[in-house]
Design a protein around this ligand. Structure first.
Ligand code: ADP
Length: 618
């Protein structure tokens, strides 16, 4: 991706000593990642920045470190009120003095935070955007010293996006009231149009723009043919993600409920989340998902924004997402900690039929429906590709890339085949039913006709006298359905009405009469776990030696107990990545433990001895 003012320095910029010291001491990390160092240098120097980085890229450090290096309090504006407590808990666990002001607090609590702010006893203050519009809050900020303004989830300023928050529009005036305070806006939203809109609306067009690659190399992308989706999901979890936290997305509330029940009945602890649930139940389920290890959240897309649980090991879709943007955003919630994770989607004919129908019956004008249609087409192209999924996904966001070696089509290449003749057979069956009989039928009947099956329905309608009856015995039932699905995906067939009846499109004639070739994808035999076949355990420990796996499990149990005692999410104590490294290094003393990435000064002092005891208790 290009950026308005590209920054590509590989070397650490000058004047980063203080920032590195904070990185080591507070966060316990050895080095900055990607372009964090450049971004931090920019903000530490008092200049504005616009940061576009994928989920898990490490955006938080980009404002947390400068807030600790610069004089005063870093003010973070975030719309995610429900998550502020966890963010503050995570910082406090690192020994950072953090607080928040939002509508969930009572007056006494608010006053306590305000006093701490004025007394210079805070490093970071989280604010909901609507707070800033209240004059008393602005006056409070006037009386303290502000190190920087961080505008998190900056895409909320984009008026045509899903997450638009009107209060974000007022943030463009921050620099009028506080002209010397640098502003850093951050988002994981990838499209160039949204980025331009953010820059304009927040008046950051002259600021440096830092645009990271949107690749998520640790996520393995897999799209499989849908057969018995819940059973397929269960196999995936049992084979590769036993005991892991994951998110399962379903289209409807009913299927959310049914899937959660199904998983629980099969000993996979799962919770439902959708807009139809009581808000307290929703909040409780979200909180349990964040706090406990190894829970599966089964949800509609209402779930997920800002969820910064780092150890979500898989995101599964049981229904087709409506757009590539949605798919990228939802799958992006896997593996924020950089450890191997899976994005898995089960997709079949019924998905295409259903989505096309939903568009056909959606509100809005023809232009709106066309937009929805082309978004769906891009998603279908991703599902039907025989090329690398990742390069196709990144290509959608304007990034070039070669084969990734970590998606299903790279690991088990799918074949492309010339499906022109089978396509012509399907299309001419649809044509004959329509022209000769004035009838419309769904996929089942069309396939039965091609296979020459004497079903009751075939007899009832006299379809065995059609010239196409029985001309398709070279393919099996499931293969014909695959052909129909791909013709729908390519816009060579259309689907209508409640019964999903098939019809021709303008492009159908090109195949029937003008020699247009049709390339189809042949499913590789049974898409099993391509890379980690033996597993039956969490993907986090798959490549650890046996002894380290035992230590990791002990550490995880210690962490669960510690987190529960403190009422914080497990990852606030330590991330999986840190426990993994501790387990494989098995340090004998505090000094050795302090070398592990993610073990900073505060956590070493607080938990160091307990960890050594846990390691050496066996
Ligand atoms: P984002 O907000 O961009 O989604 P986060 O700020 O939550 O990402 O960071 C993702 C994960 O990466 C977190 O677990 C964070 O602690 C870790 N991380 C960030 N920067 C570094 C770094 N320089 N070294 C090691 N881990 C890092």
């Amino acid at each position: 991706m290009t950026s308005a003012a590209p920054v590509q320095s590989e070397q650490a910029p000058a004047g980063l000593d203080a920032a590195l010291e904070v990185l080591h001491r507070v966060f316990g990390y050895p080095t900055f990642r990607g372009n964090q160092a450049d971004i931090i240098a920019e903000v530490v120097a008092g200049r504005d920045a616009l940061v576009l980085m994928p989920t898990g890229g490490g955006k938080s450090l980009c404002y947390q470190v400068p807030a600790l290096v610069r004089d005063g309090v870093g003010v973070v504006i975030s719309p995610l009120i429900a998550l502020m407590q966890d963010q503050v808990d995570a910082l406090q666990a690192l020994g950072v003095r953090a607080g928040f002001l939002n509508s969930t607090q009572d007056a006494a609590e608010r006053q306590r935070v305000e006093r701490a702010f004025l007394a210079g006893e805070l490093d970071l203050l989280y604010l909901a955007p609507e707070r800033l519009r209240v004059e008393s809050t602005a006056r409070l900020l006037d009386r303290g010293t502000i190190a920087l303004f961080a505008i998190d989830e900056a895409h909320c300023v984009a008026q045509w996006g899903h997450d638009f928050r009107p209060d974000y529009l007022a943030l463009s005036t921050l620099h009028e009231r506080w002209p010397t305070v640098p502003r850093i806006a951050l988002t994981a939203t990838a499209t160039a149009a949204t980025r331009a809109e953010i820059a304009t609306r927040l008046d950051l067009t002259r600021a440096r723009h830092f645009v990271a690659s949107f690749d998520r190399p640790n996520i393995s992308y897999r799209i499989v043919g849908k057969d018995q989706p819940r059973q397929q999901l269960l196999s995936l979890i049992r084979a590769e993600h036993a005991g892991d936290a994951g998110i399962v997305y379903c289209l409807s509330r009913a299927s959310v409920e049914a899937t959660a029940e199904f998983l629980n009945a099969n000993n996979i602890p799962a919770l439902p989340y959708h807009a139809g649930l009581d808000s307290r139940v929703r909040a409780a389920n979200q909180s349990r998902f964040l706090r406990e290890d190894g829970l599966v959240m089964v949800a509609t897309i209402a779930f997920g924004m800002g969820i910064d649980k780092p150890d979500v090991r898989f995101v599964a879709h049981l229904d087709l997402p409506k757009s590539v943007e949605g798919y990228y955003q939802e799958t992006g919630r896997a593996g924020r900690d950089g450890l191997p994770s899976t994005a898995w989607l089960a997709y079949g004919l019924a998905d295409v039929v259903q989505q096309r129908k939903m568009i056909e019956t959606s509100d809005g004008d023809a232009a709106h429906r066309r937009r929805l249609g082309s978004q769906l087409n891009a998603m279908l192209a991703l599902c039907e590709t025989v090329e690398c999924r990742r390069s196709q996904l990144l290509g959608y966001f304007g990034e070039a890339g070669g084969d990734c070696g970590n998606c299903d089509t790279c690991l088990v290449p799918a074949e492309a085949w010339d499906g022109t003749v089978p396509a012509q057979k399907v299309l001419s069956t649809v044509f004959r039913l329509d022209r000769e009989r004035g009838q419309r039928f769904g996929t089942g009947q069309v396939v039965d006709i091609l296979l020459g099956k004497q079903t009751a329905k075939v007899e009832q309608f006299g379809h065995s006298t059609l010239s196409v009856f029985g001309v398709g015995t070279e393919l099996r039932d499931a293969e014909w359905r695959g052909v129909v699905r791909q013709l729908l995906a390519q816009g060579l067939l259309s689907v209508e009405g409640d019964h999903g009846t098939l019809g021709l499109t303008d492009a159908s004639a090109e195949v029937l009469y003008r020699g247009r070739q049709v390339r189809l994808r042949r499913e590789p035999e049974r898409t099993r776990a391509p890379s980690r076949s033996s597993a039956r355990r969490s993907s986090v420990v798959v490549d650890l030696p046996e002894q380290a796996v035992g230590l990791f499990e002990r550490l995880r149990a210690w962490r669960a107990a510690t987190a529960a005692e403190q009422g914080v999410p497990a990852y606030v104590v330590f991330h999986d990545a840190t426990l993994r490294q501790i387990a494989s290094l098995n340090p004998s003393d505090l000094e050795g433990l302090g070398q592990v990435s993610g073990v900073g000064e505060n956590k070493l002092a607080k938990y160091g001895q307990q960890i050594l005891d846990t390691l050496h208790s066996g």
